[in-house]
Design a protein around this ligand. Structure first.
Ligand code: TXA
Ligand code: MG
Length: 344
């Protein structure tokens, strides 16, 4: 199949593809999505095929207007409406009870449905133009880092889908926060740009799924969002995270990087704007500035992809636990590192 990369001026043609049951990759404010008609089981099946995604991993249904919640969900609680009204359009996904009409092929067999109203104008224009609600996971091959540019999507999806809408680099760079609103208490299933503290301002107390918080892999805890249990985001080389006082972290990384370089391996170091000049071996890159964790989120996935491009065998990175967004960043980085974290 020939894959066309088009500008955001080609929304009419893209909408036509979605209506006919085809796939279109499109930008959102978080990461690029791979979209299909959410109510068409055959169309949704094509997403799983293109990504090589396990079929029990449900898709997020994207809407352009809040009224469309009623097309896919039932028995929506007052609290759920509250956060949807407050944070949409934006990087928040809400788990609701699904309506019968939503095929199990979209929800991975679950009776709940994940719903999100993105703020990216191209995403919303596509949903409107197609006159459908759009199921869309991140537009990467399953297991690879999520795409934050059309180029990333091209690397993973060329030849597999008819169209990629190029909206430039995304703004946020990590996937939406997922909050389950079907239980007794709201529960965060995947940390993201909308932090626990932000949700608590609107809802009061919010729980966090134990499987997605903390620094160690909890062996007996099964993640409530099916997708969070899979190995994810991972570069091919071995990534090690180091946390602790800055001086010690830098020394430790330099030492490990030097040792592996001496053994003949290709080594990478993930630093920050503030510390980049203090490293002296391997391929060195800054992920962003500690003064602005938004910049770290924005560059995270391109750096992980870059590790593969340079065919790095060992990658050493600083850690970013500091604030709310730091939780989301470290959740992704710990998974990419297989929870390999050195605490000094
Ligand atoms: O920012 C985002 O959310 C991006 C953009 C494209 O919107 N999408 C995205 O989709 O990250 P994906 O498929 O990569 O991740 C969806 C996550 C998975 O972990 C999946 O298990 C979870 O959402 N999920 C979907 N439906 C669910 C449900 N009914 N209950 C629990 N988790 C669900
Ligand atoms: Mg994904």
């Amino acid at each position: 199949m020939e894959t066309k990369i088009v500008t955001t001026d080609n929304i009419i043609e893209a909408g036509e593809i979605i209506r006919r049951g085809g796939l279109v990759a499109f930008p959102t404010e978080t990461v690029y999505g791979l979209g299909a008609d959410a109510m068409n089981e055959e169309a949704a099946a094509k997403i799983y095929a293109a990504k090589g995604r396990p079929s029990d991993n449900p898709l997020i249904v994207h809407i352009s207007d809040i009224e469309q919640v009623d097309l896919v969900a039932r028995d929506v609680s007052e609290d759920a409406w509250k956060i949807m009204n407050y944070f949409w359009p934006g990087p928040l996904t809400v788990i609701l009870n699904k309506r019968e009409e939503v095929p199990h092929g979209t929800t991975g067999g679950l009776d709940t449905v994940a719903v999100r109203m993105p703020s990216h104008p191209a995403a919303r224009a596509l949903i409107r133009e197609s006159d459908r609600v759009i199921a869309a996971p991140s537009a990467n091959t399953s297991g690879r880092p999520s795409p934050t540019t059309a180029q990333h999507v091209w690397e993973d999806m060329k030849g597999k889908i008819p169209m990629i809408i190029d909206g430039g680099a995304v703004g946020i760079g990590i996937e939406s926060t997922i909050v389950d609103m079907t239980g007794e208490e709201p529960m965060i299933l995947r940390p993201g740009y909308i932090t626990k503290a932000m949700l608590e301002e609107v809802l009061g107390t919010v729980q966090v799924d134990p499987a997605v918080s903390g620094r160690t892999m909890k062996k007996d805890v099964v993640a409530k969002a099916p997708g969070m249990k899979y190995r994810h985001y991972a570069p091919k080389g071995k990534l090690t995270l180091v946390e602790g006082p800055e001086e010690q972290v830098i020394d430790q990384i330099n030492q490990m990087a030097w040792e592996k370089t001496r053994q003949g391996y290709r080594v990478g170091v993930i630093a920050t704007d503030e510390t980049l000049s203090r490293y002296y071996v391997g391929v060195r890159r800054s992920i962003g500035s500690r003064k602005n964790s938004d910049t770290i989120a924005t560059h995270l996935y391109s750096i992980l992809r870059f590790c593969d491009e340079f065919e790095l065998d060992y990658i050493y990175s600083e850690s970013f636990f500091e604030d709310g967004l730091g939780n989301a960043i470290m959740n992704r980085m710990l998974k990419a590192a297989g929870y390999h974290l050195i605490s000094l």
